[in-house]
Structure formats: C-alpha cells, structure tokens
Design a protein around this ligand. Structure first.
Ligand code: 0X9
Ligand code: ZN
Length: 473
C-alpha cells in the first residue's frame, strides 16, 4: 500500500497558498505527464513550473500533472522522472467533445436508460432534468435557485411523492455535484440517482418508500460556468469563472470548496492568491454559486443530510476540514459513512476510506462540509468517487451503479432516524396530544398501536411509543 504523506500534502497547500503568478500554457503547449513524487521538495518543483496536479490527495508516488511542454526537462533534471501520458491533450479533449456532440446530434444517449454511456455537456444536463420533470410531473419539480457568475441557471430537482398529510415532516436530503469543473463523474452519479428514484417509484418497494418518506433535492451542476469551460477550453479546470480578482487567465476563478462561510480562510487549507487552485475568494460566500446553495439549504428546515459529490480518490469525508479536533458529531458521521462505504464495497470490492477531511486527506478551510455541519448542524459528506477525473466512458455505468446504494442510503438513514413516527396527529410535533391519541388506540386494541411490530399489544408498545415520543424520531 502506498504510504500517506501528510507532510507532502501540507507542503502542496502551503506552496499553493503563496502561488507564484504562472500563466497556464496555451492548450496546444499542454502535456500530461506522470511524475514520481518523493518529498515536499518535488511538490515545490511542480508548483514552481505551474503544474496542474491531477489529484486531490497527493501521496508519495506517481501522480499525473498537466505541464507546459518546456517544463518537462526541468522536471527531469529535478529527478521527478516524467513519463509522457498524453502528448496532445488538446486533441484528446477535442475528440471527447466531438464524440459527445455527434452522439447528441444523432439523438443518441439521451434516453432514460442509455444516458450514462458517455459524458454529457451542460445543455444535456439541463435538458435531461426538464425531461424527467415532464415524464413524472407528479414526482419531480425542476427549479432555478440562483444564477452563476456568467448568468447561467443553477438548477435543482426536487423529487418526492405527491404531498399528503405527513409531507411537512419528511426529512430532506441535499446532494450537489460539479463544485469542481473537471470532476465529470459525480454529476453522472447524481443524475443516475434521480433516474433511479423516478423509475423505481411504484415499481420497487424500497425506492417507493424512499420517495414517499424523503424529500430529495439534487443539484447536478453547481458550477455550470466552470463545467462549460472544461468542455470548451481546459479539460482540467477546477474553479468557477470569477473575474473579480483576475489579472490574466492564470488568476481567473474561485475554488468554490474554499468559499463557504464557516471558519473561512482560517488555516493553511485555502489560499488568498487568485493564482492558486484553492483560492478562497475575497469574502465568505463571495460567489453566487455558493451563496445560492447556502440560501437553498437555509430554506429547507427539514434538511437532515448533505453530500458534496466530488472525484476522485475513493473516499468518504466529513467535518472537520479546518481543524484536526473531532467534531461533536464525529461518531455518527463515522457510523453512517462506514455504512455507505460497506454498500460501495459490496458492488465490486472497492474499499473507500471514511473519515474527517483534515486528518484523512489534508486541511481545508471554507469547504462545504464544515459549513453544512457547523452552521446547520446536519450530517454532511464529501464523496471522492473513482480513481481519476477522466474515467473511461465505458466505466461510467459501473461507477454510477457502484455509488448508487450509498446515495440511496442517505435517504434510508434520515427516514429511519428523523421521521416523526410518534407524530400521530401529523402536526410535526411529538407531544402530549400524540400520547393521548396513542393511549386511546391502545385501549381500543387498534392494530396501529402495535408500536414494536410484535403482532399483538403489550406494555412494550407503550415503552416503544414513549421512546419515539421523547427522542423525537
Ligand atoms: O480539495 C477539495 O476540495 C476536495 N478534493 S478535490 O480533489 N475533489 O478537490 C476535498 C475536500 C474535503 N474536505 C472536507 N471534507 N473538509
Ligand atoms: Zn472536487
């Protein structure tokens, strides 16, 4: 097993905190090389040549990076042993784009089941969300919750069964993807989750329960400008397209996952330099994309769990990112995260590591998990799906199927843990009135007073009811 190098990770972030103003190469001068990192000095060399390292977690060992063709000699001389992986990434990128566009023009890959055969451009995401709504208007509502910095719509899908008396008490799940423009697999997984919920409703008891009992709010593309740019210009773009602090192309963009307003800018895990990949922006929530997600979350009083879906590294992370101290919700985060990892493992034996961001990978400040947990007090995870940003399209189906049970489990968990089961008068409170109703039914021998599910009524039903009543589940 490759050993984790926390000191190396810290060195990378420290280097990016004082990022030297180096312009990225023109796409035709880009090369993708694999280098072998031995120590913090090697990371400093990579930073000095303005390399775009294609990994979230830099360990000792091989890693891919986008570099200027002229830098390869420097890396070689410094002992990083560069090996060419792609001598013409601009052409590779064009081929990916042309293939996807041609398929769209032929009308392929847009159907309910074959959409996951290849990557999809931004417009295809928008179109498919509206197609889902048109197909199942009873279950799906697509709504705009803000606009991006270049004025593109920020779209969310609300998926839940038609309202009944219990609707106001349904716990809600929020899953967003495409915070980082180059992470093209997670939005596919998010759309696959949506499709599964919609198709399974009325056909599969487990899914029907999850749509009946839970409100799902899915945001497949949080960073549409960055995503569009990663299709048209630079495949491995990470940030949004803010020009606020930009002098040149190299200083465009804010890292949305350093822009949330909880302990914003409080440690080395974000940068004040616009040239850095982890530039935190000029103020907490300075970016319309993070501000809109904040407002959406704050408008959902029933929100109980969140996931900021990223790639890659086969990890499930949670708060804190800003400090190594365990959070008060550490053990629940760990238990629920471990269950998700087990579900992923069952698919084909991929073993995801689960833990707090700071100690599992590296310090961050202003990351989504810390705000969702720190400010809203809810469970909040980060997936790091898969093993590379540019997974083969032939792998897509496997990747989205692999993470699906863990994503569904978000809903299963909140339905089990937070539903107001003893709210017999459906007023979203557990109180004396519910107890009165329960005792009346119990005395009458009504079957719904069988609260322990044993088949007959006993004092244990009263004990169980009181347990639900007092713990507000
Ligand atoms: O650095 C990031 O923003 C995430 N990795 S990525 O390669 N997708 O960019 C990891 C953030 C994890 N931090 C916390 N969960 N706190
Ligand atoms: Zn990411």
């Amino acid at each position: 097993m490759i050993s984790r190098m926390v000191t190396v990770g810290l060195a990378l972030l420290a280097a990016s905190a004082s990022a030297t103003p180096i312009e990225p190469p023109a796409p035709e001068n880009e090369r993708i090389v694999r280098v072998t990192v031995r120590d913090a000095g090697d990371l400093a060399t990579l930073a000095a040549v303005g390399a775009n390292v294609l990994a979230c977690e830099v360990r000792n060992g091989p890693v891919a990076a986008v570099v200027h063709a002229d830098s390869i000699g420097v890396l070689d001389a410094a002992g990083l042993a560069p090996v060419m992986i792609d001598a013409n990434p601009a052409q590779t990128h064009r081929a990916v784009r042309d293939r996807a566009m041609a398929a769209m023009t032929r009308g392929e890959g847009g159907g309910p089941t074959d959409w996951w055969s290849d990557y999809k451009p931004l417009d295809a995401y928008y179109a498919k969300m509206y197609e889902m709504e048109a197909r199942r208007p009873d279950l799906v509502e697509v709504f705009e919750f803000g606009r991006s910095i270049e004025d593109r719509p920020l779209l969310a899908m609300r998926i839940t069964a038609p309202s009944d008396a219990s609707a106001p008490c349904r716990p809600a799940v929020l899953m967003n993807s495409l915070t980082h423009a180059r992470e093209w697999v997670p939005p596919m997984a998010n759309m696959y989750l949506a499709e599964t919920l919609i198709n399974g409703y009325g056909n599969d008891a487990y899914i029907t329960g999850l749509v009946d009992d839970v409100e799902w709010v899915l945001v497949p593309v949080l960073n549409p400008d960055g995503y569009e740019y990663s299709w048209t210009d630079r495949r491995f773009w990470r940030k949004n397209r803010s020009m606020e602090s930009a002098v040149t192309e190299g200083s465009v963009g804010v890292d949305l996952n350093r822009n949330y307003g909880f302990e914003w800018g409080s440690n080395v895990g974000s940068s004040s330099s616009p040239w850095s990949q982890t530039f935190r922006g000029t103020a907490p929530f300075s970016e319309p994309e993070t501000a809109a997600l904040r407002d959406l979350a704050e408008s959902m009083p029933q929100l109980r769990i969140h996931n900021d879906m990223h790639s890659y590294s086969e990890l499930i992370l949670f708060a804190w990112g800003y400090t190594p101290e365990p959070s008060p919700l550490q053990s629940l985060h760990q238990t629920v995260g471990d269950e998700m990892a087990d579900l992923i493992d069952q698919y084909r034996g991929r073993s995801y590591e689960v833990g707090p961001g700071y100690t599992t990978i590296y310090p961050t400040s202003g990351a989504a998990n810390d705000w969702f947990y720190g400010r809203l007090g809810i469970l909040s995870y980060t997936y790091e799906l898969g093993r590379r940003f540019d997974e083969q399209p032939s792998e897509m189906r496997v990747l989205v199927e692999e993470s699906l049970p863990a994503s569904l489990y978000h809903g299963e968990f909140v339905a089990d843990y937070y539903t107001f089961r003893a709210d017999l008068n459906r007023d979203c409170q557990h109180d004396f009135f519910d107890l009165t109703i329960f005792l009346e039914r119990f005395v009458q021998g009504a079957s719904d007073a069988d609260f322990d599910g044993s088949g007959d009524l006993s004092i244990q039903d009263v004990v169980n009811f009181l347990d639900f009543l007092t713990t507000r589940r």
